[in-house]
Design a protein around this ligand. Sequence first.
Ligand code: COI
Length: 356
Amino acid sequence: MSATVVEIVKASYLKTKPNDETLGFGRTFTDHMLVMDYSVATGWTHPRITPYEPITLDPAAVIFHYGQTAFEGMKAYRTDDNRILLFRPEKNFQRLNASCERLSMPAVDEAEVLEYLKQLLIVEQDWVPSSPGTSLYIRPFIIATEAFLGLAASKEYKLVVILSPVGSYYQNGIQPISIKVEEHYTRAARGGTGAAKTAGNYCATFNAQTKAAQEGYSQVLWLDANEKKYVEEVGSSNVFFKINGEVITPELNGSILPGITRLSVIEMLRSWGIPVVERKVSIEEIFRYDDEGLLEEVFGTGTAAVISPIGELEWQGRKLHINDHQIGEVTQKLYDTLTGIQTGKVTDPYNWTVEV
Ligand code: COI
C-alpha cells in the first residue's frame, strides 16, 4: 500500500481550544484522530482521519483480557515563523515496531504511518500551541481487537493516533523534582517486556507511584528486578547522573525503555565533548559518589518529561540533596538546546527535526 491521502471525515463541531497557560499533560484532546485496521487477510488497511470519538470493541477483544497493545509518545512543536516540526519521528515508529515484535503484533509501514500522521497534523494544525514549554503531544497506539479468549496473539488490530496540546508534565515545570527509590516492587525483569512501550509496564508502576506521591515524591526510581541493586529508569523517563565531570546512564539491558530523548542527550553530550558512559550503575554507588562530594547533577529524560532535573533522591531512609535543589549547568544546557532545536529556535546541527 502506498501512502496516499487518507480519507478524512471532518468533525461536525469543533471544540474550544484551551489557553496555553492552562495546559497540563494529557487531559485535552483535539477534534480528529487517525485510525487504521489490520486483519491477517488484508494487512494494515483503511487509513482514515475521523472525528475524535469513542472506540467500540467486542467485550471479548484480546486487549481487554491479555493487554496486547503498544504505544508511542512524540510531540509536534510550533516555530516562531509558524512551521510545525516533529522531532526524530522515524525513531518513534521504529520503536513502535520493536514493541510490536516483542508483543507478537504486526509491524506497521513506518514511512507510511508517518505520512498519515503529517496529514492528521495538517488537519489539526491550529491545535499546536506556541507558548514556551508547550507542544502537541502525539499518542499513537495499537490494540488487539479480535474477540477471542484463547491465549494467542490476536488476528485483528486497530492503530489509533490521538493528539493532546500539553504544557509541562510536572506541575512545577522545570523545577527539580524529588524521587524515591522503589525497594519492594519491580517494574520489569530481564527477558520480560521492559524495553517495549506497552501498557502493562506502566500500570505495574501505579501502586508504587501512588505511595511515593502520598509521601511527597513526584516519581519512583526503579532498580533491576534480580538484585534490586542497579538503577534502571524513572516511571516517566530515563535517568542520567553527572559525576565528577562524566555523565553516566544505565546501559540498555532489555528491561529499560530505549528513550529517544535519552539517545539524543547522549549524542548532544558527546558532540559537546562531555564524556558519557552507558553502563550498569548501582544505587549504592550513586550514594557513595555523593558522600565523596562527586555527584553533581541528576536528571530524567523523556518525550513527556523533556529534561527534568532531580533535586532529591531517597533510598533506604537516606536522602540525597542534589546541587542544592537547583537545576545544574549541563541539565540546563541540555534543556535549552533540546527544546531550542525542537521549536526551531536553535540551529539543528543533527538534522533531527522534520517539517510537517
Ligand atoms: C512519553 O514520554 O511520551 C511517555 O510515554 C511517558 C508517559 C508514559 C507519560
